[in-house]
Design a protein around this ligand. Sequence first.
Ligand SMILES: [Zn+2]
Length: 217
Amino acid sequence: MPVPYRLWGDEARKRFIQNYNVYCLSHTLLLPGREKSCACGREQITSNYFTFSFSLKNAPSEETELFHSGPSCGRKICSLLNITPPLMVELFKREGSGSHTHETSNKPGNDAGEQMLPINKEFFIATNLLFAFLDDFQNTLLQKYVDGICKYPRHAIFPYKIELLNKEISQHDAITRHGTLRQAIAELIRGANRTPREYDFPNLENALKEAGHELFI
Ligand SMILES: [Zn+2]
């Protein structure tokens, strides 16, 4: 189900938020070779974008769907939802960004990630990488966990949630034939002659090792 009407203009966005439960799931960059349109119906997404989930309020089923918004539209929706736009997960080193790139850019609104415990931030980034790689992939539980981290950034995520993320990744051959999720994304980005960002997830790795799992993140 795509959004039922174009989310263009404040009136349409407000009406939508009144009728649907809307959550912001991620803020990331378009991977090479991917195409997405903004839910406003007026722009093609070219660089960074937000992904939201939505479900009809008071509906019998909890079925959720996704839509994407370009940077300006996405920020307006976040503002109507009264939330800080989530940390943007970088996928590749941007042209001219030099050697002093950090995990987060210094743009306004990216301070959300700074409040997170390191393990939560790792989980947030890893889940966002999965969402970015699998394109319109949905896993309601993982979405709920990400939402929980955004709401309670200082409550350490439970190990079983990390195990679920790792297990989910392990079930996608498009990823595991490259090894890990990070390796799969890096290959895609290198294939487009870009330089992938490198992420370390020491806390997630420890949690998985302790539980005796092979690492797919
Ligand atoms: Zn738009």
